[in-house]
Design a protein around this ligand. Structure first.
Ligand code: ATP
Length: 445
């Protein structure tokens, strides 16, 4: 156990290995030796990711009448990225060690010693390296057809501000939310899925009247932190970290990060930013189209300010996984368990026949087939019952149902709770309700 973070020792290595073993996360193109900082989500990973995404969408879109959803294209008009400042300014300072030729982000290296080979004083002067991936649109690879893979989802929202405002008949203050892929050619990716070159963002831009922006910034900061806590993340591993004046992005009046105490220390996984009217004004200038709001009762016109909440889906998932990972000893045996919020757990219930005979597999299969319509269900007959439980503990499955000799006689089964390890006998036809109660008694995610 690390005393600094309270996480088990070498947690990141353990997570990488569990993620692969259980089918959460694989390295991209692994059979070819892998490709740098891109990951694939396996059968359990894709479910967990979907559950985190849906929890966010439900909180940000479905439970509110003042936020609309959007799904904009990854490829956009190239002028979007000129207006947003990304073509000129979305750069990191790149330095290279003349000795080992490894490259680093200058702001990630302390002093003049190369972290890889240990040689000092051999860094090149920093040069600005643009993080946007370029590609070509149309059949001719010429410079006029250069387009970018979006490095953030936000710009798709800004350029659709008017479309959504008019079609959804919203009034300021209101927001637009979207979840989607973003791409950054990071110089020093790493720490598993913490910093990758392809990732998903969950962003919401809230359009407000200038002058009310500071209050909305405060409101969103508090609300986002509460949501993260509602996922079951330990409160003492969460903190709000305001940006100092010298850390603020060029467009921001105020910014705060939500940080988690990862195994490598405190790091951001969501940012809340007061972007002022920077983006809408820039798109207004560059497109020549008015992006103002006209208040219907007063006729007052203004370019709204934007309070943005910008979270990484993959990074939030890493927070969820790191926080859920526990090692413990049960009756003299080591147990690894993912104590995931049952609402987020990829598999809600596993069903086992105790042995492969005496009608138990048939009954267990019937139960699994019934449950499948309502809950993600996993049926497993192979290996000792202890091993089957342990596999589900590592997958974070909250409930395991076992059909045993008594089940055949009286129609009851045992349901084992992942966290308390308690087993209770339940009528087989009451399992779905039992599971529903178990999931719904958890804090809402
Ligand atoms: P950093 O300083 O870590 O590079 P940033 O401040 O540039 O991040 P934002 O542009 O504010 O990050 O992006 C918002 C969120 O998107 C981040 O909090 C993070 O969760 C996610 N994110 C950004 N870059 C990456 C990446 N390379 N890999 C995974 N997630 C990312």
């Amino acid at each position: 156990m690390s005393t600094e973070t309270g996480h088990p020792d070498n947690l990141m290595e353990k997570l990488v290995s569990l993620a692969k073993r259980r089918g959460f996360i694989f390295q991209s193109s692994e059979v070819y030796g892998g490709v740098g900082a891109v990951y694939d989500y396996g059968p359990l990973g894709v479910e967990l990711k979907k559950n985190v995404r849906e929890a966010w969408w439900s909180e940000m879109v479905h439970r509110r009448d003042d936020i609309e959803g959007l799904d904009a294209g990854i490829l956009m008009h190239p002028e979007v990225w000129v207006a947003s400042g990304h073509v000129d300014g979305f750069t990191d300072p790149l330095i290279e060690c003349r000795n080992c030729h490894r490259r680093f982000r200058a702001d990630h290296v302390e002093g003049d010693q190369c972290p890889t080979c240990g040689v000092t004083g051999q860094f090149t002067e920093p040069r600005n390296f643009n993080l946007m991936f370029k590609t070509f649109m149309g059949p001719v690879e010429e410079s006029t057809a250069v387009v970018y893979l979006r490095p953030e989802t936000a710009q798709g929202i800004f350029v659709n501000f008017k479309n959504v405002l008019d079609s959804a008949r919203q009034k300021v203050p209101f927001g637009i939310a979207q979840v989607g892929k973003a791409f950054r050619n990071e110089i020093t990716p790493g720490n598993f899925t913490f910093r990758t070159r392809e990732f998903e963002q969950m962003e919401m831009q809230f359009f407000v009247e200038p002058g009310t922006d500071e209050e909305w910034f405060h409101t969103w900061k508090e609300r986002r932190l509460e949501w993260v806590k509602s996922l079951g993340i330990r409160a003492d591993r969460l903190r709000l970290e305001p940006h100092g004046p010298d850390e603020l992005a060029h467009y921001a009046k105020d910014a705060v990060d939500i940080e988690y105490l990862f195994p490598m220390g405190w790091r951001e996984f969501e940012g809340i930013h007061n972007r002022t009217d920077f983006d809408l004004s820039r798109h207004q200038e560059h497109s020549g189209k008015k992006l103002e709001y006209v208040e219907s009762h007063s006729g007052k016109r203004f370019v709204p300010y934007v309070i943005e909440t910008s979270a990484g889906l993959d990074r939030t998932m890493l927070v969820v996984l790191a926080d859920a990972y526990h090692e413990e000893e049960v009756e003299g045996e080591a147990r690894t368990v993912l104590r995931l919020n049952p609402r987020l757990a990829p598999t809600k219930v596993a069903v086992f026949p105790l042995v492969k005979k005496e009608g138990m597999p048939e009954m267990a299969e019937r139960i699994a087939a019934d449950l499948r319509g309502r809950y993600t269900t996993f049926y497993d007959v192979s290996g000792s019952i202890g091993r089957r439980y342990r596999r589900q503990d590592e997958a974070g499955t909250p409930f395991c149902v076992t059909v045993d000799g008594q089940s055949i006689e009286d129609g009851t089964v045992t349901v084992r709770d992942r966290d308390t390890l308690e087993q209770v006998r339940v009528q087989a036809d009451g399992i779905a309700d039992f599971i529903r109660d178990g999931i719904e008694s958890e804090p809402a995610a």
